[in-house]
Design a protein around this ligand. Structure first.
Ligand code: CP3
Length: 351
């Protein structure tokens, strides 16, 4: 028992956890979205033996790829290997990942009856994620915090309605505008499922939660307020401050204030925004995470260093900056460039 308390104290004082709380640290913490993925040979080796969903559902393997990424890169935080779409399976929507088309939902939501037909999610049906978190927490170094995560209600609803990935989110928005009542019922259902899922992840050993609203940037601010904000706010409120929350959206420059109002200790920024300007717009009332363009990692060392420096300069040693990409590591990224970035940020940000 004593050991556990000591371990948590160590964890809570790491640069990453301190930044999540807006406290100072000796250097800027860095981790990368999709740090465990296809760009890494170790990951591809595991994937040669098992399918993506099977990997997610095998706690020993999920733990292995999570920990390998941290050890190989020297990042300051781990993110549990899983996927935002896993929660859609116990809803009865049917989930498949194909090499060509990415995720596919077998029974998309198109009419009100489809929403009523969605099953209430028993958190036990996602126990493989909790198990993976427990194993990973034990396998990780004691000074590496573990991030749990979920998809935000809008982004998950978009997969349910579109039946997979989408470019214009036309079906999603039509559904939202045509049937607002059903839309809100759908988002309620997603939030009700996500609350115990996130609480279970924290209980299993995650120190921080990231909420991925990857596709919400397709909405304008008024629609965000009308159709999304209350649902995200409810989800974050329900966590009751049990762990810091990182609230991430892609291409959501015009929504930053709305997203901040919905909640989160740290707001994720993508590369399309100026970090200094955005943080100032948020009045420094939260931390920020970001915001290197992932394609910079396809280039060369001098460009990577130049761009890392620029971002650190924009953050100006303020408390509460977590270095990250503006979106996930791309599959064609050279691992050496990723390691170089991590070293750069550590070297350049020492105070
Ligand atoms: O290292 C980590 O970041 C943790 C693992 C993680 C994955 N997906 C693994 C994954 C996390 C945090 C996610 C979140 C996720 N999943 C998001 C939000 C982040 C974002 O990218 O905006 C979204 C939208 C998804 C849905 C998803 N999963 C798609 C659209 C795809 C197919 C496209 C692709 O990149 O392959 C996936 C599959 C997926 N999730 C892979 C990985 C490593 C690739 C699967 C493979 O091995 O073939």
């Amino acid at each position: 028992m004593t050991t556990r308390i000591v371990d948590q104290t160590d964890l809570l004082n790491t640069p990453f956890m301190r930044a999540c709380r807006g406290e100072d640290s000796h250097s800027t913490p860095i981790w990368l979205m999709r740090q465990a993925g296809r760009y890494m040979a170790e990951y591809r080796n595991v994937r040669e033996k098992v399918g993506f969903l099977e990997l997610c559902k095998t706690p020993d393997l999920a733990c292995e790829v999570t920990v390998t990424a941290v050890e190989k890169l020297g990042v300051d935080a781990a993110i549990i290997f899983a996927d935002i779409l896993l929660i859609l399976e116990p809803m009865g929507a049917g989930l498949q990942f194909t090499a060509k088309d990415g995720p596919l939902i077998n029974k998309p939501v198109r009419v009100a009856e489809d929403v009523t037909a969605l099953k209430k999610v028993d958190p036990e049906s996602l126990s493989f994620v909790f198990e993976a978190i427990k194993k990973t927490r034990q396998a990780l170094r004691k000074d590496i915090p573990l991030i749990g995560f979920c998809g935000a209600p809008f982004t998950l609803a978009s997969y349910l309605i579109e039946g997979g990935s989408s470019k214009h989110f036309a079906k999603t928005k039509k559904f939202m505008y045509d049937s607002p009542k059903t839309w809100h019922a759908l988002l309620d259902h997603i939030v009700e499922a996500s609350i115990p899922y996130l609480l279970g992840q924290v209980e299993a050993g995650a120190q921080v939660i990231q909420i991925f609203d990857s596709w919400v940037g397709c909405l304008g601010p008024d629609d965000y307020d009308a159709y999304v904000k209350e649902h995200v706010a409810k989800l974050i409120r329900a966590l009751g401050g049990i762990a810091p929350v990182i609230h991430f959206g892609l291409a959501s420059n015009s929504l930053l204030l709305q997203m901040q109002a919905a909640g989160g200790d740290v707001i994720g920024l993508d590369w399309r925004v100026d970090l200094a300007e955005s943080w100032s717009k948020l009045e420094y009332r939260c931390g920020v995470q970001g915001n290197l363009d992932p394609t910079v990692l396809l280039s060369n060392r001098s460009e990577i260093e130049k761009q890392a420096r620029k971002i650190l300069a924009k953050a100006a040693n303020r408390q509460g900056h977590i270095f990250n990409l503006g979106h996930g590591v791309l599959p064609e990224t050279p691992v050496d460039n990723v390691r170089f970035l991590v070293d750069c940020v550590k070297r350049l940000s020492v105070r």
